[in-house]
Design a protein around this ligand. Sequence first.
Ligand SMILES: Cc1ncc(C[n+]2csc(CCOP(=O)(O)OP(=O)(O)O)c2C)c(N)n1
Ligand SMILES: [Mg+2]
Length: 385
Amino acid sequence: MILLVGGRLGLVFFLHMSLHMAQRFCYLSSVKTISKGDHMQGERKEVQPEYLYRQMVRARRFEEALASLWRRGLISGELHLGTGEEAIAAGFAAHLEDGDAIALDHRSTPPLVCRGLPLEPIILELIGSEKGLCSGWGGHMHLFSRDFLAASSGIVGSSAPLALGFALANKHLRQGKVAVCFFGEGAMNQGMVLESLNLARVWKLPVIFVCKDNRWAITTRSKNVTAGCLTKRARAYDMPAWKVNGLRVDDVCKTAKRAIERAREGRGPSFVLARCSRIDGHFLGDPLFRIFEEPLEQVKTITPPLIRSAIAKPGAPSGARARALFCISKAIALAGADKLKNFKDPLFISKNLILEEKRLEIEREVFEEIEKAVRTSLEVAGLKR
Ligand SMILES: Cc1ncc(C[n+]2csc(CCOP(=O)(O)OP(=O)(O)O)c2C)c(N)n1
Ligand SMILES: [Mg+2]
């Protein structure tokens, strides 16, 4: 009971804070974003595939640059990358305009990049500089931008009440503006996410819940902890819910348009389940991920202790050991297979959406853009390239 009351109070408090933050943002900021409509063409204002591809490449190259700063020790702690989620970020961000908000989880850099935030303050934030986006206090999991109404949090599921606060403020203060909420499927069993789905529908808020389903929450497979179908779960709150292939930016873009337009028109919340793939480990430095940095060397080192433990006299019965070994090998094989499969990479899949020549031009331009952003950031922070 105490827990229940505590939980409810927690949500109300969270919501109150979110609304407070959102109100402050709404009144105080001259909200900035990419110029409206410059990537939309034709009578129906379709988003151009070149634009989507560019945004995805920007997100990927940006995170690759972050990974290299992390390997140099310039970014400390764990680093959660959104590799494999670029199509979801690009597809949704393409429909956002001035005054729309985004609430993000621990993999926040792709949506922030696609939303059009300047890159240097993000890099500076991650390297702990006081010139960073949040004066170096937030780190990679707690980024926020007042100008872009964007906030992320490392607390799994917390993007949902945060988005609710943004959406509530939008409904009352900035009609026609929406909030998009990103979280992983692991968050779907969090009370605050379910409570947010409920309140969003009761209050008919302009919010879109985007669940990025990569089927893993750290080392836990979702199917072992999650009951039923997630879209059916969302529909139980009387809101539309769609499944989309989160590896296909064109599919995501279409569904995002539908959900965002619906919210803008005041028709309430919706839910999108976007299937994607965790191409890398849970975070940079995840041991399972590192196995595949130098596969041969690493398999050589882990094999002898595994064999020794399998044949050692004391310990668990041989059946249990065989099962444990099987699980370890399966996990390694699955992770390896995931990594090798290009067809799980949204960038690879999107290549055929645009002409080869254009694609190479985009990749070249993005490479230069990211290089420049890293160079400038390191100079500002007084660090060597
Ligand atoms: C409330 C809370 N519980 C646990 C954690 C530890 N944790 C960090 S990421 C994560 C898994 C999240 O899985 P999912 O939401 O599916 O996102 P993914 O990492 O797969 O993108 C967990 C359990 C946390 N950060 N916050
Ligand atoms: Mg997950």
